[in-house]
Design a protein around this ligand. Structure first.
Ligand SMILES: [Zn+2]
Length: 330
């Protein structure tokens, strides 16, 4: 850290469905201020207005710390064309397709902005400031509404030819499986995304009423969520345990494919189902090790994301910092 670093900081911002989260960090990624707000997302102009409000307020707060905001990194649930900085495809939040924040925010607030896929930023956050600091080859997997992955290869974000790398959810794990919303069949997402875990659980609950979740299988009896299934498994419900073990095995199959292809130092898992911690990790690790046999077991750690929901915020701030340090200010 230089003396200069004491007078600056960075903003990481994460746009999720209906929710904006942001953090102001110092140059080392330590969070100094945090902002979280629910806001309407009917149109791109509405989203832009909220983003500008949040950044303007955090700039104010930064000045109370005697710091200026030197850059902003914004994570979105979609595929961002890295060169044009435009959201090309966002099935989980279609309203942001076509969103291009960088120029507009820079013009209004005089601060450089970079936009990137949020899971990729989470990978970068864990790599720069979290559990992945000594793991230059890592994959960060998010099991949410979609299943996505952020890849760090040899210490840099891997984006691929057009910037769309990381579609782990659309890796085929069952050639005879169910149809996926992408048009393929047997994608990992048809089994392991949050909505598909809930769907599979609900379907089986109609046949097996012994579970503590049974009442939730019926419409209008409370919400069945990945977090709820994970909690019941932690409480020892056999049925929930079985659902997590099955799901974990499929995730393990996909991870084994990654390990065999990329010889990773670390795989970091996140998402609602990770509330179950080791109960979910165990079958993932067992299956991955079993299918990546020739790799030394001690060569790769498969872990829960310790930074969790803050990973993308810290990653956004650190990506903005590193682009600036490397002279790639947009
Ligand atoms: Zn698919």
């Amino acid at each position: 850290m230089t003396d200069m670093d004491d007078r600056i900081g960075y903003i990481g911002l994460h746009i999720e469905s209906g929710l904006f989260k942001a953090a102001f960090t110092d140059a080392g990624g330590e969070i100094l201020e945090i902002d979280e707000r629910e806001a309407s997302m009917e149109s791109i102009s509405e989203i832009l207005g909220t983003v500008i409000d949040i950044i303007a307020e955090l700039k104010q707060k930064a000045s109370h710390h005697g710091r200026a905001v030197s850059g902003v990194g914004i994570g979105v649930p979609g595929m961002v064309n890295w060169k044009t900085q435009r959201v090309e495809f966002a099935p989980d939040l279609p309203v942001i397709e076509g969103l291009q924040l960088s120029e507009e925010v820079r013009d209004r607030l005089a601060v450089p902005v970079v936009m990137e896929n949020a899971v990729r930023l989470a990978a970068y956050g864990e790599y720069r400031c979290g559990i992945g600091r000594s793991a230059p080859n890592l994959v960060y997997v998010h099991l949410g509404t979609s299943v996505g992955a952020g890849l760090i290869i040899e210490g840099a974000i891997y984006r691929g030819a057009l910037g769309f790398a990381g579609q782990l959810g659309h890796m085929t794990v069952d050639p005879d499986g169910l149809e996926c919303r992408c048009g393929n069949v047997g994608c990992l997402e048809t089994i392991a995304s949050g909505p598909n875990l809930v769907r599979r659980t609900r379907e089986r609950l109609f046949r097996d009423r012994s579970s503590s979740l049974s009442s939730l299988a019926l419409p209008g009896r409370g919400e069945l969520t990945p977090e709820r299934i994970a909690m019941e498994a932690l409480d020892g419900d056999d049925f929930s345990l079985m659902m997590l073990e099955q799901t974990g095995r499929w995730v393990g199959v996909a991870i084994a494919n990654l390990l065999n292809l990329l010889n990773l130092d670390m795989v970091i898992l996140s998402g609602g189902v990770m509330v179950a911690g080791d109960v979910f990790l165990k079958p993932v690790v067992a299956e991955a090790e079993n299918r990546a046999r020739w790799l030394p077991k001690e060569g790769c750690r498969i872990v829960n994301s310790p930074l969790g929901g803050q990973a993308a915020l810290i990653g956004g701030a650190m990506l903005a910092r590193d682009l600036q340090r490397n002279g790639n200010v947009r």
